[in-house]
Design a protein around this ligand. Sequence first.
Ligand code: MD3
Ligand code: FE
Length: 202
Amino acid sequence: EPFQFSEAGFHLPAWLAADAPRLIDSVRQCVRVSPLRHFTTPGGKSMSVLSSNCGDYGWVADTRGYRYAQVDPVTEKPWPAMPNELRQRAISAARHCGFTDFRPDVCLINVYKPGAAMGLHQDKDESDFGQPIVSFSFGLPVTFFWGGLKRGGSPLKIPLQHGDVLVWGREDRLRYHGIKKLADGHHPLTGNVRINLTFRMS
Ligand code: MD3
Ligand code: FE
């Protein structure tokens, strides 16, 4: 059963654990086509996470800003298609939490090595905040920070583990959130990394 940690935010612990090997394999196929890279922020800093995308659009960052693009700036080709099993699992997680009309066209792939982190931010580059967001975690555990609708205050800390899913939308869609610096470790399926997949409608 989903654990509801706010009005429209849900945690599905280990929801993907049984299918993880297959799902991770499909991510490996994607990053063979569009390789992992460190995006540069508009402020000129290199992000500590390694990223790529699959789907009709991909989330990209560079010194000109953040946006969704149909062409991978590295390969100058379209992103690989979103594997059906990933897409269906994301839609089904959303439905499980009461979001019946999720139509993801982007899957952002984030790979965290020990030392990588993601500062508190909002996801606001999308065109329809009525659509929820679904995220999958694989491999090493990490602490997820769940903040407010404005900066400041102390965020709720949610431990995320292999196979966990987060779903949120509606009044929680624009919450600040982030990821604590990844600690060293080893996971049998991913080695020394955490893989995050974030499904959105661009
Ligand atoms: C938005 N990624 O890529 S999962 C991101 O684990 C991002 O790599 C994190 O934040 C990661 O933008 C976190 C995505 C997530 C989780 C919860 C949220 C986004 C959220 C809650 C409210 C709004
Ligand atoms: Fe985010």
